[in-house]
Design a protein around this ligand. Structure first.
Ligand SMILES: [Fe+2]
Length: 146
C-alpha cells in the first residue's frame, strides 16, 4: 500500500488514514489465513455478506465497468476490499475534502467509509481480484457528486 496526499505528493501514514476514517490492514492472501481476520472484521463492523470480484483486460465491457467507479461518488455502505491479486487506486476525500490517494496491491485490506466521496481506478495492468464485504448489498448504489 502506498498512500499520499494527491495535491502535495506527501506520504500519508496508516494512522492519518484512520484519523480520516479509512481503515487499512495487511493480511495474508491464503484463505486459510485471511478468513479469520475477515470474520473478525465482519463481527466488529456488521458486515454480513462476502463475495469476490475480478477485473482484467479479458473482462467484457471493462471500460464501461470502470467508468462507473471513476467519477466521484459515495455509498450508503462501507466499501471494503481485500486484494488477492493485482492492484488498484482509491482516491478518497479526507474529512476536510482533500484527495488522499491509496494504491492497493495483493494483501491490502481497505475500508472506504460509508457516505465518503471517493473514486476508483485500475492501474496500467488493468487487473484486480478482491474479496468484498457488505453490510447489505442494496447499499451498493453509487451516489455521484454533483
Ligand atoms: Fe465506490
Amino acid at each position: 500500500m502506498k498512500a499520499t496526499w494527491l495535491d502535495r505528493s506527501q506520504t500519508l501514514s496508516t494512522d492519518e488514514l484512520l484519523a480520516n476514517g479509512v481503515y487499512y490492514a495487511r493480511l495474508e492472501t491464503d484463505p486459510v489465513h485471511f478468513q479469520t481476520p475477515l470474520d473478525q472484521l465482519k463481527a466488529e463492523r456488521g458486515y454480513i455478506e462476502q463475495d469476490e470480484v475480478a477485473l482484467s483486460p479479458a473482462t467484457p465491457n471493462l471500460d464501461a465497468i470502470c467508468a462507473k467507479f471513476v467519477d466521484e461518488h459515495f455509498h450508503d455502505d462501507d466499501e471494503v476490499r481485500f486484494v488477492l491479486e493485482g492492484e488498484g487506486i482509491f482516491d478518497i476525500r479526507s474529512k476536510d475534502d482533500q484527495w488522499m490517494r491509496v494504491v492497493v496491491e495483493r494483501g491490502d485490506l481497505i475500508v472506504v467509509p460509508a457516505n465518503r466521496h471517493h473514486r476508483f481506478l485500475l492501474t496500467e495492468s488493468k487487473q484486480i481480484h478482491c474479496v468484498r464485504l457488505f453490510k447489505d448489498s442494496s447499499g451498493w448504489t453509487p451516489h455521484y457528486r454533483t
